[in-house]
Design a protein around this ligand. Structure first.
Ligand code: ADP
Ligand code: MG
Length: 238
């Protein structure tokens, strides 16, 4: 079952075209990684899917519905950024439940969803702490918790681990993989890190200058790079 589809999408900023005719069909439960060098258009694609950036051409569907003109809040996606900001004056639990509170959901429902997400993320014993009393990895987990409580159809991650040190990044990578196996939410994950792409992805989408270079399972992309660029980028040059 298809969950997200990009149908010939393009993006222009003024006269500059940064995304060119990108088409991609993403299955339900799939973990897709958009990977490529800085400036190739990864964040722009993610932001268009989230509705934070308009589409200059083409069509985006989520759950079968064309969403080009649907505002971000009505797209049923949750995004985790690289520079996530937690509310410093709120506890971990309050941070995680905040979006549900804004939606005026009943307190008991918020409480149970926050508890559930905290259990998945190993944050149960930290729910009453303030963000300042957490480690970097725990804070990153809270940022994910804020996305998880909403039970969106699609997770969008924009380099969520890039501010963490190498050791923590490796650990969080494994946790993300486990989380995906547990929740099975369709995930579109952006990174410029080849290792992250290779370990997390069901399928990798390699981008260069706003063009898709290759789409495939990590092992296929590694063993059969479509061109010199993808071979070099993925670490298996010709
Ligand atoms: P990536 O996330 O792969 O590093 P981006 O999607 O952020 O790349 O950027 C793709 C290209 O679009 C870059 O050349 C960038 O400078 C340009 N760009 C991104 N956002 C804007 C904007 N708001 N206005 C003008 N140019 C932008
Ligand atoms: Mg980016």
């Amino acid at each position: 079952m298809e969950k997200v589809s990009l149908n010939g999408i393009s993006k222009r900023f003024g006269d500059v075209r940064v995304i060119h005719d990108v088409s991609l069909s993403i299955r339900e439960n799939e973990f897709i990684v958009l990977v490529g060098p800085s400036g190739c258009g990864k964040s722009t694609i993610l932001r268009m899917i989230a509705g934070l950036e308009s589409v200059s051409g083409g069509e985006i569907r989520i759950g079968g519905r064309v969403v080009n003109d649907v505002p971000p809040k009505e797209r049923d996606v949750a995004m985790v950024f690289q520079n996530y900001a937690l509310y410093p004056h709120m506890t971990v639990g309050e941070n995680m439940g905040f979006s549900l509170k804004m939606q005026k959901r009943p307190g008991a429902e918020i409480e149970s969803k926050v508890q559930e997400a905290a259990a998945v993320l190993g944050l149960t014993e930290y729910l009453h702490r303030k963000p300042a009393a957490l480690s970097g990895g725990q804070r990153q987990r809270v940022a994910m918790g804020r996305a998880i409580v909403r039970k969106p159809q699609v997770f969008l991650f924009d380099e969520p681990l890039s501010n963490l040190d190498a050791q923590l990044r490796t650990q969080m990578r494994m946790e993300l993989k486990k989380l995906h196996l547990k929740l099975n939410t369709t995930t579109i994950y952006v990174t410029h890190d080849q290792v992250e792409a290779m370990t997390l992805a069901d399928r990798i989408v390699l981008l260069k200058d706003g063009h898709i270079q290759q789409v495939g399972a990590p092992v296929d992309v590694f063993e059969r790079p479509a061109n010199v660029f993808t071979g070099r980028f993925i670490g298996n040059p010709p």
